[in-house]
Design a binder for this molecule. Structure first.
Ligand SMILES: [Mn+2]
Length: 328
């Protein structure tokens, strides 16, 4: 059974003794990153510290867009000269914070994260790879520093957790501690159904209609183990690129029995296609490796590539390579 490790004493001391601090997160931030940054800011403020939120952006996800005005895109030089403590959250390596890495050079960094990859910047850290979200690590900091978790803070923590677990879908057996922490947050007044609406809602009617169109036109190949959805130039003109329902499309098509891989062909022009790849949780197909053969990249289960060729030719090559990986 997993329990959170204690927050190291030198981490508690570093937070307590900071008079000015910067809280930075990774580029292209997600819900866990942004809500962890805000929850960390409030923690430090409760301790009397002056805090600045910094993130290089872009704030492209709809659920975090409204928080963008709270974040500065740069660390200004006068602030840096005051030798602030840098809290780096939801990432452990400097390459993840973009150009801000140069702007904080020489400052001491405290890392709070749940990713295990990469070489860490210092031993001043609270990194818990088994934690489902950085926001739960921040919750541990509140407890270690004995700062009250208000409803507002509880909401930030829960939202971060909800984002990183696909609203609890990615949590497996023997992880009761996550639910015990969630129960504390819900008893503080957090409403899981409100959080779900904020996370999954906010779609335009156009994006839902675009989704319907893509699902209706999807084709099933390789004995039902591969699904391909393709948009036309007219679809793009009707619904617009910002209404592309990518996440929902993948979820719907991967939810079909036996489907292992989903490809989403997004039109750039007749000779250029951006292809999104997704593989199911149980599939052995590594779509990141396949995308990289076409000049793209990504992870085992999620990847993308921009390919210059005709639709028919790209499709033929991808179907061949995917049916081989499914068979092997
Ligand atoms: Mn995270």
């Amino acid at each position: 059974m997993f329990v959170y490790p204690e927050v190291p004493v030198h981490v508690v001391k570093a937070i307590r003794s900071a008079t000015v601090a910067i809280v930075v997160g990774h580029v292209n931030p997600d819900g866990d990153c942004i809500h962890s940054q805000i929850a960390a800011q409030k923690l430090l403020q409760q301790l009397g510290t002056e805090v600045h939120l910094v993130n290089a952006g872009p704030f492209s996800r709809k659920e975090i867009k409204r928080f963008e005005p709270l974040f500065a895109p740069h660390v200004d030089i006068q602030l840096k000269e005051r030798n602030p403590l840098v809290l780096m959250v939801d990432c452990s390596t400097l390459d993840r914070i973009g150009y801000i890495a140069d702007e904080i050079e020489g400052l001491s960094i405290l890392t709070v994260d749940h990713h295990s990859s990469g070489t860490h910047v210092s031993d001043l850290s609270y990194i818990v790879p088994k934690s489902f979200s950085t926001s739960l690590n921040i919750m541990q900091l509140y407890k270690a520093l004995d700062v009250e978790i208000t409803l507002e803070i509880a909401d930030h923590i829960f939202f971060g957790l909800a984002t990183d677990t696909g609203f609890l879908k990615f949590i497996g057996s023997f992880r009761g501690e996550t639910f015990r922490l969630m129960a504390e947050l819900v008893d503080l007044g957090v409403s899981p159904n409100d959080i779900f609406d904020r996370m999954e809602g906010g779609n335009t009617l156009e994006s839902q209609q675009f989704l319907a169109k893509l699902i209706l036109g999807a084709t099933s190949l390789v004995d039902g183990r591969l699904m391909i959805a393709t948009e036309t130039k007219e679809d793009l003109e009707t619904y617009g690129a910002t209404n592309r329902p990518s996440d929902s499309l993948y979820a719907h098509l991967l939810g079909v029995d036996d489907v292992e891989v989903v490809l989403y062909f997004k039109i750039v022009n007749q000779k250029t296609w951006e292809v999104g790849f997704r593989a199911s949780h149980s599939s052995t197909v590594d779509v990141g490796a396949i995308a990289s053969k076409f000049g793209g990249g990504g992870h085992r289960r999620a990847a993308g590539a921009t390919i210059e060729d005709s639709y028919e030719s790209i499709k033929e090559k991808l179907v061949t390579i995917i049916s081989q990986s499914i068979d092997s």
